[in-house]
Design a protein around this ligand. Structure first.
Ligand SMILES: Cc1cc2nc3c(=O)[nH]c(=O)nc-3n(C[C@H](O)[C@H](O)[C@H](O)COP(=O)(O)O)c2cc1C
Length: 176
């Protein structure tokens, strides 16, 4: 059991099962302390050789968020009060001997920490992979050494979707 904020005790599996992709957001701002905790969760994520080759853009400006519709064209995405864009800095990432870069994996771990922390704060998120990276680079004026990997809107949910199906454990797991 994990102790949250000194009072609330949340079972991790319950939290992981309760998280769902949220595709409708209230316009209420995300309180600073909640945003900070969510970002700290990303900060404490492990990374290969502790290289931490990640960079997070926190987009709150309303004009910028409206422009983000050119990056991912769903209105609910731009309606959220915060959009987080998770990038890799491949030049800083650890590479295996055969040349495989762990940059994307490191970003995904940080993003998953962030997303689960958001759920613990009562905030909604939705992984966004189907975006236009060129447009995102342009709008955020990203330096060339950053590579956008994933995004998520962040805000209070305006829907309560039920759980989505998962393959049974015995299809995913093989004991030897
Ligand atoms: C890497 C990744 C990329 C995704 N990209 C999108 C996306 O572009 N748009 C979208 O609406 N959902 C996207 N999703 C959300 C998945 O559709 C969702 O996680 C999956 O259907 C399971 O539903 P759940 O998150 O509610 O459990 C993405 C999820 C992951 C992990």
């Amino acid at each position: 059991m994990a102790k949250l904020k000194g009072e609330l005790t949340v079972d991790f599996l319950d939290l992981a099962k309760a998280r769902s992709s949220i595709r409708a957001y209230r316009s209420d701002p995300v309180p600073e302390d909640k945003l900070r905790r969510v970002l700290e969760a990303a900060q404490c994520a492990p990374s290969a050789a502790n290289r931490q080759p990640i960079h997070l853009y926190v987009v709150r400006d309303a004009e910028l968020r409206a422009r983000m519709l050119d990056v991912y064209s769903q209105q609910w995405f731009a309606d959220a009060p915060v959009i987080i864009c998770a990038c890799a800095r491949p030049s800083e990432a650890w590479q295996r001997r055969d040349g495989k870069s762990y940059a994307d994996i490191d970003v995904a771990i940080a993003m998953d920490h962030l997303i689960l922390a958001a759920a613990a704060e009562g905030l909604g998120t939705c992984w966004i992979g189907a975006f236009k990276p060129g447009k995102l680079r342009e709008i955020l004026q990203m330096p060339a050494d950053l590579e956008p990997v994933a995004m998520t809107p962040l805000g209070f949910p305006d829907q309560q979707p039920g759980p989505t199906p998962r393959k049974p454990l015995d299809e995913l797991v093989e004991y030897r």
